[in-house]
Design a protein around this ligand. Sequence first.
Ligand code: SF4
Ligand code: SF4
Length: 250
Amino acid sequence: MKLSRREFLELSGKSVLAMLALSLPKKLLAMPEEMAKFDWEDYYWGYGIDIEKCIGCGKCVKACKVENNVPDEPFFFRTWIERYVERKDDKIEVDSPNGGKDGFPELKNKKDIKKSFFVPKICNHCEHPPCVQVCPVGATYKTKDGVVLVDPDYCIGCRYCIQACPYGARFLHPEKRVAEKCTLCYHRITKGLRPMCVEACPTGTRIFGNLKDNNSIINKFLKTKKINVLKQHLGTKPKAYYAGMDKEVR
Ligand code: SF4
Ligand code: SF4
């Protein structure tokens, strides 16, 4: 069979793609299909944190910084880890050296410790987000699939949203001079991938999924664990759900 130049190029292109497909992990292969299929009406994202599983290794913080080009200085984080230490005299100590990115130093006076645990923090992607309400130019907004985002083209860097967030989840980017925060890795989740912090966690502390899907991992987590949210009394309706959260966590 004689092939035209165009037919030959098409055929060889397909062969290369087929060879590539055989050597790629399934998850990556799912990407183009997922991308084509993504309709935000089908999704409402939720995030779970199983406090008892967190070992404070900081791999999530590192992975987030790399994935999202978060400035390296120790006061810019889209996610961070806090360590809570409850002493026998009921005093509570909280530390988060470099956001927990490099892990935590050994605890002192171990004999006096009642308990200690790690609490990963992110933007809660609140259902009633005060950060959105205060933005004077509409640069901070909520997507239909429940993610709170900032449009850097519209943000004027006024910091109102940073002050309004009761969770300390935002910062002003030192060079771009616009508000920044966790996006749940929106560039990944809309392609069928998980946020990078979830991907990087070696213990399964961080859980992510579609609240509209009854069989999703996040719904299983919500159904099987005792769940709390941060600062519930504020009425912001966070969508970062914590299992195993001590009453001292704030
Ligand atoms: S945690 Fe803060 S930044 Fe995130 S949605 Fe809620 S108020 Fe806004
Ligand atoms: S990667 Fe997982 S276990 Fe390590 S600090 Fe982050 S949430 Fe905790």
